[in-house]
Design a binder for this molecule. Structure first.
Ligand SMILES: [Cu+2]
Length: 277
């Protein structure tokens, strides 16, 4: 997506550099409009690189228009996702809505730990503050299972029954290469509060179960980056196909929260994520 945007920006620069004409590219051109949320005086547009809400990590962009269709710069946006299940209501890890390169566009992310189904649904309550006036609106959304049904998010407990959520962010487009790997890691403080697990470590051991459970060289464990709030490492994929990312999650003190080492007699960690490409 980004590459496409850069290429089209370069092309636009080349094509129009000799003319005095101004090039105005719609920064949302490469994203998909997921929702239009109606407020009293405004409409909030919700965009994603994906074409729909999906289980796991969703990067989101926001833009606000008034009733005449004029785009509003620097709106203040808040959001609270909530899942309404048969037996309980709970939220999920969600970022603040932050500024982007464009004054008219805000961004954030949300991590859905379970998909919607026929009887259990998600909604998002939005708050919009413009010129000191706040408006509220709640939109019901449908969170889809991922198309490939790979496990891109996992919920697990430690021995003290603290609940954790670990989600794969990158690689979104895996390649036969040493890929940058990024994960988000949260501990559940309550049904509506999720805190980033700081300064831990995620041990990484990718395997191909269909091919004698072989591994790959030069993988690097994921460490916490306080600038991004993510865990970052290197994932070596030597061929395409199904890879099981066997994981071992440690807290800031180096204590194992969950996971087991892959050995001859233990082909898989009890903590893992998956990808196929
Ligand atoms: Cu749920």
């Amino acid at each position: 997506m980004k590459l496409k945007l850069y290429i089209s920006m370069i092309l636009a620069g080349v094509l129009f550099s000799c003319s005095k004409e101004e090039v105005t590219q719609d920064p949302m051109a490469d994203f998909n409009l997921l929702e239009e949320v109606s407020f009293t005086n405004y409409t909030l547009e919700v965009y994603s690189p994906k074409s729909r809400w999906e289980l796991g990590y969703n990067k989101i962009l926001f833009r606000v228009k008034d009733s005449s269709g004029k785009i509003i710069d620097n709106p203040s946006i808040s959001w609270t996702p909530m899942m309404h299940m048969m037996s309980k209501t709970h939220s999920c890890p969600v970022s603040e809505v932050k500024s982007s390169l464009y004054p008219s566009i805000k961004g954030g992310f949300v991590i859905f730990q379970m998909p919607s189904n026929e009887s259990e649904y998600w909604d998002i309550s939005f708050g919009l503050t413009i010129n000191g006036q706040t408006e509220q609106a709640t939109q019901e959304i449908f969170v889809n299972q991922t198309l490939d049904e790979m496990k891109n998010v996992t919920v697990f407990m430690d021995d003290s029954e603290n609940k954790y959520i670990l989600a794969l962010v990158e690689p979104a487009n895996p390649k036969i290469a040493l890929n940058a790997v990024e994960m988000k890691f949260y501990v559940m403080e309550s049904m509506t509060s999720f805190l980033v697990v700081n300064d831990g470590k995620i041990g990484l051991d990718p395997r191909m179960p269909s091919m004698d459970n072989h591994s790959s060289p030069n993988n690097e464990d994921l460490f916490y980056n306080s600038a991004t709030g993510s865990y970052e490492g290197k994932l070596s994929l030597t061929m395409s196909g199904y890879w099981k990312l066997n994981l071992m999650a440690y807290d800031a003190g180096g204590t194992l929260i969950k996971g087991s080492a892959v050995t001859d007699v233990n082909p898989s960690s009890n903590l893992y994520l998956e990808l196929e490409f």
